[in-house]
Design a protein around this ligand. Structure first.
Ligand code: PRP
Length: 180
């Protein structure tokens, strides 16, 4: 199905669908009947987010935030820029930040600290993918879909230079693509 820019499928859509259902159930269970604000971090989390919220049978609001720690390339610059803030206050609310990937941990540790300062009732982080071997700052997700090795992955919201977010599976990018 994919061209030669894709080395292989790492996590298939079927595996993602099954894991998303488990994560959704777990988050709802941990809320003990309370409502939640699900925060989608643009742009990468949009695909996972849309699936996850539909796997959650509970009362919720959704909101969107955009921060960026990357330039156009493949390595983190260590800087986090706020691009779009939440539309509504989160004070006193249960919040779950939804991400596509935790890599260095820089983005999420910044984002979590920034949102914690707004005094939500609780704040948790749910990520589809986690690359623990790449951490530059200590950070742990509360809900993790899949731990993966240090490979360049695209699809299911993850991009290479803003492309390939629409691939249904999480795929390993062929090294020729980013080394040329
Ligand atoms: C990616 C990803 C996370 C962050 C993870 O976002 O969505 O937000 O990098 O990396 P870190 O743990 O090293 O901080 P990116 O800034 O590329 O924006 P995007 O969501 O628009 O792809």
């Amino acid at each position: 199905m994919y061209g030669k820019e894709i080395a292989r499928v790492l996590v298939s859509k079927e595996e993602i669908d099954a894991r998303v259902k488990e994560l959704g159930r777990q988050i709802v269970e941990d809320l003990h009947g309370e409502s939640v604000t699900m925060v989608c971090t643009l742009r990468g989390a949009c695909v996972f987010f849309a699936d996850l919220i539909r796997a959650m049978d509970c009362d919720m609001e959704i909101d969107f935030i955009a921060v960026s720690s990357y330039g156009g390339g493949t390595t983190t610059s260590g800087e986090v820029k706020m691009i779009k803030d939440l539309s509504s206050p989160i004070e006193g609310k249960n919040v779950v930040i939804v991400e596509d990937i935790i890599d260095s941990g820089v983005t999420l540790s910044y984002l979590k600290r920034m949102l914690e300062a707004r005094e939500p009732k609780s704040i948790k982080v749910c990520t589809l993918l986690d690359k623990p071997s790449r951490r530059k700052v200590d950070f742990k997700g509360d809900y993790v879909g899949f731990e993966i090795e240090n490979e360049y992955v695209v699809g299911c919201g993850l991009d290479y230079d803003q492309h390939m977010r629409n691939l249904p599976d999480v795929c390993v990018l062929a090294p020729e693509v980013y080394t040329k």
